[in-house]
Design a binder for this molecule. Structure first.
Ligand code: ADP
Ligand code: MG
Length: 350
C-alpha cells in the first residue's frame, strides 16, 4: 500500500555506504552539552558529569515486529525511537542521546530510507535527543532497525522495578489497550485490501486507536510531572507487553502482591466500542494487549494527595504482602488471579 508511493527511486548502490550515511544523517543537530562528539568519528564521546547513565536497546525486525504493508516508514522510524525512550523514562531518567543501526536490502530505494530517517528526525526533535551514531549494513531479507537510547538521572531519582512495598498505590498513566485494538483494525483492513484493493476503508471511527498503534508516544511528560509534584515512585516500568505482565514484573522484582480493580482501569471510548465490534472483552485487552508505552508505577500512600485528581495518573489498585498473590477484582467483585498472557498468546484467542 505504501511502497509505491515514492515517485523517484534512487538505488542505494548509487550512493555507496558512506554517501548513504552522510545523506541520512546530515540534518541531525546537537542539542545537549553532554554530547561532546557526535557522528563522524570511530565512536561518539559523552560527558554526563555527575549524573548516572541509563542505557537501553531494542531490535525491530521486519515481519516480526512490523509489517510494511500498513506501517508507513516515517511512522516506523518514529516508533523505533519512541519505544526506546519509553524505557529511559521508566527509569525516571531524561533521554539525551540515541544511536540508530539499520540493515537494509536493496529492495529499498534511498527515498524509503529518507522516509524512515524523517521519522527518526521528528522524534529526535520532539523528544529533544541527539542522534550520535549508529551502523549501516546490508541485509538479504528485510529491514532491521536497532536503536540504543542513553539517558541521565540524578542518583537519588532513579526508579527501579524492585522498590514497591505493600500498601503502595498502583498507578497507571493515560489509557491502555488502544494500540492493540488499533492493530486489530489494521490487520482486518489488510485482509479486506487483499481481497478487494479498490476498497477504501472508513477508518474515521478508529483514528485514536490506529494512531496509538502507528505513532505511539513515550511519557517524557510524566517524568517532568512527577518532579513537579515532588513524587518519586517506589517502582516503575513501561507498559510494552500489557498491564498483567508488567504488574507481575513489579510484583516479582519487589517481592509483593497486587490487587487491581477492573472498574478503575482507564480505557478510551474508542477501545470500548471497537472491543464491542470485535466481540472481545475490553478488560482482557487492557490486561494483555501491548505497545501502549504508558508508565505503570507504585507510589507511597503518603503521596496520594499530590497525585489526586491529576488527569494523567489513575490509581488502579494497591500492592499487598507477597503471600496475598496477584489478583484482579472484577466489577462483580470476583477475585481472579492475574496471569501473564502477553500479546502473542492473545493472537490465537482473538
Ligand atoms: P565504522 O566503520 O567505524 O563502523 P561507519 O562508517 O559505519 O564507521 O560510521 C561512520 C559514522 O557514522 C559513525 O560516527 C557512525 O556512528 C555513524 N553512523 C553509521 N551508520 C549510521 C546510521 N545508520 N545512523 C546514524 N549514524 C550512523
Ligand atoms: Mg559501521
Amino acid at each position: 500500500m505504501i511502497e509505491d508511493k515514492n515517485q523517484s527511486r534512487t538505488s542505494l548502490e548509487q550512493l555507496g555506504e558512506f554517501g548513504l550515511i552522510e545523506h541520512l544523517t546530515k540534518n541531525f543537530d546537537i542539542k545537549h552539552k553532554s554530547t561532546v562528539k557526535s557522528i563522524g568519528d570511530d565512536a561518539a564521546v559523552l560527558d554526563h558529569k555527575s549524573k548516572q547513565i541509563v542505557v537501553t536497546t531494542d531490535l525491530l525486525v521486519e515481519n516480526v515486529h512490523f509489517d510494511l504493508s500498513y506501517v508507513p516508514l516515517k511512522h516506523l522510524g518514529y516508533k523505533a525511537v519512541v519505544v526506546n525512550l519509553s524505557d529511559v523514562y521508566a527509569m525516571n531518567a531524561e533521554a539525551t542521546q540515541i544511536t540508530v543501526s539499520i540493515a537494509v536490502s536493496n529492495r529499498f530505494p534511498l527515498e524509503a530510507l529518507e522516509e524512515l530517517y524523517a521519522g527518526i528526525e521528528t522524534a529526535a526533535k520532539i523528544y529533544n535527543i541527539d542522534v550520535i551514531g549508529g551502523d549501516t549494513t546490508s541485509s538479504t531479507t528485510g529491514l532491521i532497525i536497532s536503536v540504543t537510547a542513553i539517558g541521565e538521572v540524578n542518583k537519588k531519582d532513579v526508579v527501579y522495578r524492585s522498590g514497591a512495598k505493600p500498601n503502595d498505590l498502583l498507578v497507571v498513566t493515560g489509557d491502555i489497550g488502544a494500540a492493540y485494538m488499533g492493530l486489530q483494525v489494521l490487520e482486518r483492513e489488510k485482509e479486506v485490501f487483499k481481497v478487494n484493493p479498490q476498497n477504501q476503508p472508513d477508518l474515521d471511527p478508529y483514528t485514536y486507536i490506529i494512531e496509538r498503534q502507528l505513532k505511539p508516544e513515550a511519557r517524557k511528560d510524566i517524568v517532568a510531572l512527577l518532579k513537579q509534584l515532588e513524587v518519586k515512585p517506589t517502582a516503575m516500568i513501561d507498559i510494552s507487553d500489557g498491564l498483567s505482565s508488567e504488574a507481575i514484573h513489579l510484583c516479582k522484582q519487589s517481592d509483593v502482591g497486587v490487587e487491581i480493580y477492573e472498574n478503575k482501569i482507564p480505557l478510551d471510548p474508542q477501545v470500548i466500542s471497537t472491543c464491542e465490534e470485535f466481540n472481545i472483552d475490553s478488560t482482557t485487552i487492557a490486561l494483555n494487549g501491548g505497545e501502549d508505552y504508558e508508565l505503570l508505577m507504585t507510589i507511597s500512600q503518603q503521596d496520594f494527595p499530590k497525585i489526586k485528581g491529576n488527569p494523567n495518573l489513575t490509581v488502579i489498585g494497591y500492592m499487598t504482602e507477597k503471600e496475598r498473590g496477584m489478583h484482579l477484582i472484577t466489577r462483580g467483585e470476583q477475585v481472579v488471579p492475574i496471569i501473564a498472557k502477553g500479546w502473542n498468546a492473545m493472537k490465537n484467542e482473538a
